[in-house]
Design a protein around this ligand. Structure first.
Ligand code: DGJ
Length: 692
């Protein structure tokens, strides 16, 4: 049983394979947090601490561990819920009502219902327990059972209590072309806030928290949670004066208000959360396994070719046909036409919103290209940016009121475009219809859905920050229902929409516009902490790279991109015979190893050398891979001793690369490790592992 209840003492114990989470109801009907950590079976050992005021300046609400703190009474810490009722009362005062347990195929769910002591506001806390995955998923639903409106001004998905001070908090910072830059900082007294106010989950931070107690990849305590939401989020980590650290994550309350009408329900996004005392690797494995089991489908992702870096907006049917033939010759399985195929789209200034095929570029229609791609035996994909409109378009001229704007203000463009007001039903209908027509009239297998600017001037309804992304989710869900074979890639100027909200509705992420193979290793490394490898699109592109101006050998570029779902973004028509041959070999090799890459267990190996080696391991069943990179050879560089992980200690393994073949036991490979020396800048090696 993963949910144990002591009815008499009103204590709830949630059990996963290795961990426990406990809370209870006190004599005032308040939910009190009791424990989160390594497994404890004896529910009767948990006790409800007696509430006592230490001093008038330390009220009980401040010092007690509340499971779901709300705004009201003598509470001054961060809270999860703030509501203004129709009569102007601005505090919630809840009392525990009841609990329910539901057993589902994949999880058990504990549902706790709370009710305001005066108003007919019901708060339902959901705890889904995924025992075998050592994870929980928490969410909150509000229901207005009264006859009057309620203004929801804040709703966090959950609060977590961590019984330590001086924890390490990690997340990512970044910007366009530099997403997923992992940082770690010590938490001290006060608060750490990460958030996004742009309407997309953004390049700047990512909606998750990791708090560790001096953990490494393989050891130490790690508490983590990842929000299932794109769009505005906030996460607050607070080390209190009372010896613990609190974390809250959910909808950002900045410029937010949701009017909950009588009879209506409103939910905070779910948060997938967990604890491990086995370090970051176990955290990543739990999340990756969860994503594979419940979020992603079982299909292996195809090798794609995308023409964006090769042609930019200068798309022509003639050149696309040539690119498609060459892409096929190289081994690509999916041909994607990027931006520039529609409307008067010859640059960023025009076209968005006018989703007709450009006659100059495709005089006989786009089916000429699609038919050729299909006759070559490839799938066909196409780029769209449906939430946006350029000012000179027919769409904008006909519907100037369809954008987010204030009538008395000049509307801001960014990348020369406005954002469509996706909360309007007519706009939703337009976007759905446009995409449904595209998928119905043409044989399209893949949609790359882009969003190249943040939302601004978001009209008068402060729930836009919530409703915009809900509309995007709903449209894609409806499209997938009607066109179930179509894969959707989530892109927002690169990796601006990487989150567990969009994943599962969309199938993969464009991780970054930065395709420099070396920078990508940093991006991919950080990404892997939380997100599954199968959803990480990675392209090989031309050198010098357009962002870094760096020349990197093609072999290294391939190795770097083969660590995710491989794509090619080069101008392949310019390939030499030698480059063609190498690309063909690498793509063929990727097709052999991709089940291990896309569905295997991923290990960030620790580097033992002071040189800039990076090494990563993948394991699936009896096979595995090691990717090793040396970006810069330094003076006096030393060999790398590489200790493998996750092997069976008594099994013998064969490691092969180049003309080398090594036979060792799992114990030797994990404890002693192998010595390896790469030389020269941008050297890389792919080593194959198999059980003997
Ligand atoms: C930004 C994306 O990240 C690129 O891959 C490309 O699709 C461009 N937009 C097209 O405008």
């Amino acid at each position: 049983m993963s949910i144990i209840v002591n009815e008499e003492r009103r204590i709830f114990l949630l059990q996963t394979l290795h961990n426990s989470y406990a809370f209870g109801v006190d004599d005032q009907g308040l939910l009190r947090h009791l424990y989160w950590g390594k497994k404890i079976d004896a529910i009767d050992d948990f006790e409800m601490p007696v509430l006592a005021e230490v001093s008038t300046n330390d009220p009980v609400f401040e010092i007690t561990r509340e499971e779901f703190p709300v705004y009201g009474r003598l509470r001054y810490k961060e809270h999860c819920l703030k509501v203004t009722f129709a009569d102007g009362c601005r505090e919630v005062d809840y009392i525990y009502e009841n609990y329910k347990i539901e057993n589902h195929k994949d999880y058990d769910e504990l549902i706790i219902t709370l009710k305001d002591s005066h108003y007919d506001l019901y708060i339902t806390l959901h705890y889904k327990v995924y025992g075998d995955f050592d994870l929980m998923e928490r969410s909150v639903t509000l229901r207005n059972a009264s006859q009057e409106n309620m203004a929801i001004e804040q709703l966090q998905s959950a609060q977590f209590h961590i019984p330590y001070e001086n924890l390490n908090f990690s997340n990512v910072h970044g910007h366009w072309g530099a997403e997923q830059q992992r940082f770690v900082q010590k938490v001290s007294y006060g608060k750490v806030v990460i958030e996004n106010r742009r309407g997309i989950s953004s390049h700047n931070h990512n909606p998750y928290f990791i708090l560790d107690h001096d953990a490494s990849e393989t050891q130490g305590e790690v508490y983590f949670g990842a929000l299932r939401r794109s769009g505005n989020f906030s996460g607050v980590v607070e080390q209190t004066p009372y010896g613990e650290t609190l974390v809250q994550m959910g909808l950002n309350d900045h410029d937010f208000c949701y009017n909950l009408a009588p009879g209506e329900e409103f939910s905070a996004p779910a948060i997938i959360c967990g604890y491990t005392n086995q370090g970051f690797e176990t955290m990543s494995h739990h999340l990756h396994h969860f994503a594979q089991a419940f979020i992603l489908d079982n299909d292996i992702r195809p090798v794609l070719y995308n023409s964006w870096e090769a042609t930019g907006f200068g798309v022509t049917c003639e050149e696309q046909l040539k690119l498609a033939k060459k892409a096929k010759e190289l081994g690509a399985e999916l041909f994607v036409v990027d931006d520039g195929w529609f409307g008067e789209r010859n640059g960023i200034k025009n076209g968005l919103g006018d989703w007709y095929v450009n006659k100059q570029k495709f005089p006989h229609g786009i089916d000429e290209l699609i038919d050729e791609v299909k006759s070559l035996g490839m799938m066909f994909g196409i780029w769209v940016e449906p939430e946006m409109v350029n000012p000179p378009t027919k769409l904008y001229k006909e519907h100037p009121d369809w954008i987010y704007h204030f009538a008395t203000r000049v509307s801001d463009t960014s990348r020369e475009q406005y954002v469509l007001d996706m909360t309007r039903e007519d706009v939703q209908q337009f976007v759905y219809q446009m995409l449904d027509d595209l998928l119905t009239s043409h044989d399209v297998d893949y949609i790359k859905w882009d969003a190249n600017r943040p939302i601004s001037q978001s009209n008068f309804d402060r729930s836009v920050w919530y409703k915009h992304i809900e509309a995007v989710y709903d449209i894609v869900k409806a499209l997938k229902k009607k066109h179930p074979h179509v894969l959707f890639e989530a892109c927002a100027s690169g990796g601006g929409r990487i989150d567990y909200g969009i994943l599962g509705i969309f199938d993969d992420f464009w991780t970054s516009d930065n395709t420099d193979a070396c920078d990508r290793l940093t991006i991919q490394d950080s990404y892997s902490y939380i997100y599954p490898i199968k959803a990480m699109r990675a392209w090989v592109t031309d050198c010098p790279n357009f962002i870094s101006n760096r020349d990197i050998p093609m072999r290294y570029r391939f190795h770097s991109a083969m660590m995710g779902t491989l794509g090619i973004g080069c101008n392949i028509l310019k390939f030499s015979d030698e480059e063609t041959k190498l690309a063909q070999e690498m793509i063929a090799l990727y097709k052999e190893i991709r089940p291990i890459v896309q569905e295997g267990d991923f290990y960030r190996l620790e580097n033992l050398s002071e040189d800039d080696y990076r090494s990563y391991e993948y394991l699936k069943d009896t096979k595995g891979l090691l990717f090793v990179f040396l970006s810069h050879t330094r003076i006096g560089h030393r060999p790398l001793t590489l200790k493998l992980r996750g092997l069976k200690k008594d099994t013998r393994y064969k490691l092969t690369y180049g003309d080398q073949e090594i036979h060792k036991s799992g114990a030797y490979l994990m404890e002693r490790g192998i010595d390896l020396r790469l030389s020269g800048d941008y050297a890389s090696e792919l080593i194959f592992i198999s059980e003997m």
